[in-house]
Design a protein. Structure first.
Length: 98
């Protein structure tokens, strides 16, 4: 039975094509990751590959994808206002001249 993993980063959408990586055990590196990702202090969470540069990975001969030991995730930017795709536009009716 397989387990569905979840990325610890807030609002990260599940994607079955990504790989998941544990937060490092090294105290300094772990704290750096937690600060960059705006996560509470824990080591049990996993971070998906969407939060790393593609150059941070190594593909082994057996096809397994490994995150390089010196890799750091992209910083998470938290905004106080939710992002909206809609733009409010004021409409002015056309006036026809005779």
């Amino acid at each position: 039975m397989s387990t569905i993993r979840k990325c610890a980063v807030k609002n990260c959408v599940y994607d079955e094509s990504v790989t998941y990586h544990r937060i490092p055990k090294d105290f300094a590196t772990r704290n750096d990751w937690l600060n960059l990702l705006c996560l509470p202090p824990t080591t049990s969470n996993r971070v998906c590959s969407k939060h790393f540069n593609p150059l941070d990975f190594v593909v082994k001969d057996d096809g397994h994808i490994w995150l390089k030991k010196n890799a750091y995730p992209f910083p998470v930017i938290i905004t106080s206002e939710p992002f909206e795709n809609e733009v409010e536009v004021e409409y002015t009716p056309l006036k026809y001249i005779d």
